[in-house]
Design a protein around this ligand. Structure first.
Ligand code: DQA
Length: 147
């Protein structure tokens, strides 16, 4: 069974407590449980990882055996060229996701420096952004197999 790695960047461990009007009231654990359920339906294995440290995210991107990535880089989205380079080097499909609509927020959040290294970006649908992202990554993998 092929594995998809879902990565949560800085401060996403605080989901549920952090600005609930923007990010909702559900916790990271609840989000991960929804992802595990959907992965089972889609027939893919799932690993989840959260870190507040850019280097830890990059180390895992470089070493993972996952066939695809779904990543919410948090604030790193807006300035981390190092994370972008790691995503660009990663061989499989990458889906970038955001809970909030980054294009409707402060000017500094409207630019994603990482999205250019992703297959696509889903932003603004709360937990559904991740669930849609997981579906997109699984669909990409299926199409690769069919090719
Ligand atoms: C976020 C948007 C970022 O601007 C912010 O720094 C986050 C969360 C989102 O999911 O909407 O940490 O990535």
């Amino acid at each position: 069974m092929r594995k998809i790695l879902v990565m949560h960047g800085p401060n996403l461990n605080k989901l549920g407590q952090r600005d609930p009007l923007l990010y909702g009231t559900g916790t990271l654990q609840e989000l991960n449980s929804l992802l595990v359920e959907l992965a089972a339906d889609l027939g893919v294995a799932l690993e989840t990882f959260q870190s507040n440290h850019e280097g830890e995210l990059i180390d895992l991107i470089q070493t993972t055996d996952a066939a695809a990535l779904v990543i919410n880089p948090g604030a790193l989205t807006h300035y981390s060229y190092a994370l972008r380079d790691a995503l660009a080097d990663y061989a499989g499909p990458v889906v970038e996701v955001h809970l909030s609509n980054i294009h409707g927020r402060e000017a500094f959040r409207q630019l994603s420096v990482t999205a250019g290294a992703a297959s696509g970006l889903i932003s603004g649908f709360g937990f559904d952004s991740y669930l849609l992202g997981l579906r997109a990554a699984a669909s990409r993998l299926q199409k690769e197999v069919a090719l």
